[in-house]
Design a protein around this ligand. Sequence first.
Ligand SMILES: Cc1ncc(COP(=O)(O)O)c(C=O)c1O
Length: 378
Amino acid sequence: VDPLRHLDEDLAALGSRGLLREPPAPSSPRLLDLCSNDYLGYAAEPCLPPAGWQPWPSLSLRSGAGASRLVAGHDPSHEEAETTLASWLGAEAALLFSSGYAANAGVLSALARPGDVIVSDALNHASIIDGCRLSGATVRVVPHCDASAVDAALAASTASHRWVVTEAYFSMDGDNPDLPSLRAICDRHDAALIVDEAHALGVFGPRGTGLCATAGIRPDVLVGTAGKALGLQGAFVAGSRRLRLWLWNRARSFVFSTGISPALASAIAIRARRAAADEPARVRLASAAARLREGLIVLGVAGGTALGGQGHIIPWVVGTPERAVQLSMRLREHGVRVQAIRPPTVPAGTSRLRITATAGLTDADIDRALQAFRAAIG
Ligand SMILES: Cc1ncc(COP(=O)(O)O)c(C=O)c1O
């Protein structure tokens, strides 16, 4: 007997609803990628340093930390990456996590407690949702990007600790909350503001410092990832030294997990400096995103709507999972990879193609992509 045999039935049920996701077959190298988060185009570069590269003293190429940072896994390269990230963002301190998922789960569960209230945007990422659940706090989910609903939820709560959590640039919708209003509302209610800048960091703001910096506000807790614009893996939380020390002690996804590879921490330090200075990549990205978005609107994709807000994430909401998969397959036949995004990643009825621009796309790539869209729609 196989105690996992019931999974056959469960998988078949997912399949019958158009929701089964399978690991991709090795794809043809000729596919043009329009769904990655490698916004600045760094990820394809080799992770080994060029021959003769000498790490500066605080960096190392050790492959493994060997233990949790609290035990024997602390390496100077962790500190170097954290200091670099903190000074990039103008924060007092930063703390590395093994992924953005681990950062959000760890931060929310370390900070919020039973009896607290967390006000969470309806479209926040799964890692934020799971962090809220893990915390045991009361979660008030408010309509997407609705600052007045946040205000009302805080006004209605008598909890002594209140938290507001949002993405800075929504990963599946390409839109953003009114961060100055959220900051003002939090200040008025003595609540803390947690902002996940996963898809904004490296892309928006002065020196790529994100949308809080663009808005001229400071969140109490900023979450950033290295797996998106920095083209690596891992994540971090930036804020006060007190916050860092609390997370060092209480973020379970940090405390009970092997420190990230020192070589990766070194790469994060190097990439953060590079991203901060890489205005040309940001300009290329913005112009690729505008050309792609305008071309799609001209084609009549999504009825010629604005396709989300602005920027490098262009959501084409098509409704059913089957329609999203069908379009994704047709695009693939025409040489373009755009993955179908279905529940539970997005709410039921809003399956979509999440189209992303990256700095490496040339005008010719975009024209080729638009031809593929024309053929796929037709
Ligand atoms: C808003 C947001 N936060 C966190 C994460 C998780 O980051 P990571 O891929 O580093 O686990 C993602 C990415 O999937 C995301 O979109």
